[in-house]
Design a protein around this ligand. Structure first.
Ligand code: CMP
Length: 150
């Protein structure tokens, strides 16, 4: 089972979308194996988005990401990295496909509702940035979808 990192950003938290966004991941047969709710500090933003520090958009990104709490998630499942990227949609909401999270709920390139790792190296780095190994739970997710309302 592949693991990836995803985040529900502050605008989506404040819009009351935490449950609906996580439900989309779970409906795609991904399991939440680690979860945290945290208001990022400036140091968090600079560490997590290290590759973007110094880019023109970074100050606005850091201001937004430290403006309120966000949800940090590790999701596990088959092709988790590609699945979550597809569910999230394009970084720029103007280019996001209908049915994606960003098509529905991103309001701008910065306030784009969600984040996810873009490949295996970034997934490993981002997961270990937010979570200790003992905070990530391995379990065999049972497919209960036939019994659920999702
Ligand atoms: P995210 O997937 O969290 O990764 C970096 C974030 O920077 C991105 O989503 C956007 O919210 C934000 N961002 C703002 N402007 C840009 C840009 N021009 N290119 C890439 N990312 C940008």
């Amino acid at each position: 089972m592949e693991k990836t990192f995803a985040m529900v950003k502050p605008n989506a938290v404040q819009a009351g979308l935490v449950g609906r966004i996580i439900a989309r991941y779970e409906s795609a047969r991904l399991s939440v194996v680690a979860i945290r709710f945290k208001k990022m500090t400036q140091a968090d933003a600079e560490g997590f988005y290290a590759e973007h520090v110094g880019k023109p958009f970074f100050p606005e990104l850091a201001k937004f990401m430290t403006s309120g709490p966000s949800v940090q998630l590790v999701l596990a499942g088959e092709d988790a990295i590609a699945k979550v990227r597809a569910l999230n949609g394009a970084t720029n909401p103007a280019k996001a496909e209908p049915g994606t999270i960003r098509y529905d709920w991103a309001t701008s390139m910065t306030e784009n509702a969600v984040h996810s790792s873009d490949g295996p190296e970034s997934a490993a780095r981002e997961i270990s940035f937010w979570f200790k190994p003992e905070e990530i739970f391995e379990y065999a997710a049972q497919d209960q979808r036939a019994k659920s309302v999702l």
